[in-house]
Design a protein around this ligand. Structure first.
Ligand code: FAD
Length: 289
């Protein structure tokens, strides 16, 4: 059975259609069209009404204001990787998603709302304390992205809502050390086997005053532990090596990988050890490769 496909002309019409019919949005279609494919050259069918939102200019753009950066949900991965307004880890994660042809279509809204445990963009975004803004015909609300994604393929999105934008707050002090790493089967078009995003700030004496770390594909949701971060904050960079094993053990306890648990645990351990060890070797303000 072919269900209705709506093509709203603006956001107000999209929100009215969403409220009246519950039609599901299609942005780039790189998740939805693949899940519902029927074969080469055959149009996919959906078991519910759908609404194409790709043409809505009100969902496109990346801008900075009031000490935060907003990414409108229809922004593509290519737009993200090319934006100088965005933190390094978000640009890097976007640049490693699929191939160029995919990045021209795939949107941040689709990646976040798909809520795959292997999705790449939520990892740096959750590390950066990003929030989402959801809109409906009757209003809008904001919540932390970490709370919006409630489990594998599950979000707090209501049937009458659309994701409008992702908001990244600017940290109180600029990060000194930035890192993003994705492990996939090959360079392009590979879904993450693991990914990690980390950032760290030191004061002029070398004391760590901010540390964040999040990783993907190692549990039902992006893993991040404030407890582990607090173990690192307050330490002098020269003391990191001595504390490394206890930090790694504590981080390991927050992981719950479903498949290949040994591989995922040991690789995550190695990634975090690499970042923290490089920090103690590198000069200030460095992107760690
Ligand atoms: C070959 C290939 C390679 C891939 N590689 C990667 C990769 O490396 N990393 C990765 O993370 N993913 C990858 N993906 C998955 C996919 O491309 C991404 O998740 C992409 O960001 C999805 O965006 P989209 O706009 O295409 O989403 P769509 O397919 O259009 O939508 C996905 C979901 O989000 C919902 N949605 C979209 N926009 C909104 C909105 N504004 N409000 C509310 N809900 C919305 C849709 O209803 C749907 O449930 C790959 C896919 C393919 C086919």
């Amino acid at each position: 059975m072919v269900e209705t496909c709506y093509i709203p002309k603006d956001l107000a019409e999209a929100l009215r259609i969403r409220k009246e019919t519950g039609a599901r949005p299609i942005a780039g279609g790189t998740d939805l069209m693949v899940v519902h494919r029927r074969g080469t050259g055959i149009v996919p069918t959906f078991p519910w009404p759908v609404m194409i939102v790709t043409q809505l200019d009100e969902l496109k753009g990346i801008f900075a204001e009031d000490g935060q950066v907003s990414i409108l949900s229809g922004s593509t991965c290519h737009e993200l990787e090319s934006s100088e307004l965005l933190p390094y880890q978000v640009r890097k994660a976007a640049s490693l998603m699929g191939a160029q042809s995919l990045r021209n279509l795939a949107t941040i809204g689709g990646n976040v709302c798909n809520a795959s445990p292997k999705g790449d963009l939520p990892v740096p975004l959750i590390m950066l304390d990003a929030k989402v803004e959801l809109v409906s015909a009757t209003g809008s609300r904001q919540m932390l992205l970490d709370e919006f994604i409630t489990g594998p393929k599950k979000t707090a999105l209501q049937d009458d809502e659309l994701l409008y934008r992702i908001i990244i707050p600017t940290p109180k002090q600029p990060f000194c050390y930035l890192w993003y790493r994705k492990i996939g089967t090959r360079r392009a078009n590979a879904i993450s086997k693991l990914s990690m995003s980390a950032a760290l700030t030191v004061d002029e004496k070398g004391n760590i005053i901010d540390f964040r770390c999040a990783n993907g594909a190692s549990g039902p949701k992006v893993a991040r532990s404030r407890k582990v971060e607090e173990m690192v904050i307050g330490t002098h960079v020269d003391e990191l090596e001595a504390k490394l094993e206890s930090i790694l053990d504590a981080y390991d306890s927050i992981l719950s990988p479903h498949a290949m648990p040994q591989y995922r645990r040991s690789s995550t351990r190695r990634m975090l050890a690499y970042f923290l060890t490089e920090v103690s070797k590198m000069p200030d303000r460095t992107i760690i490769e």
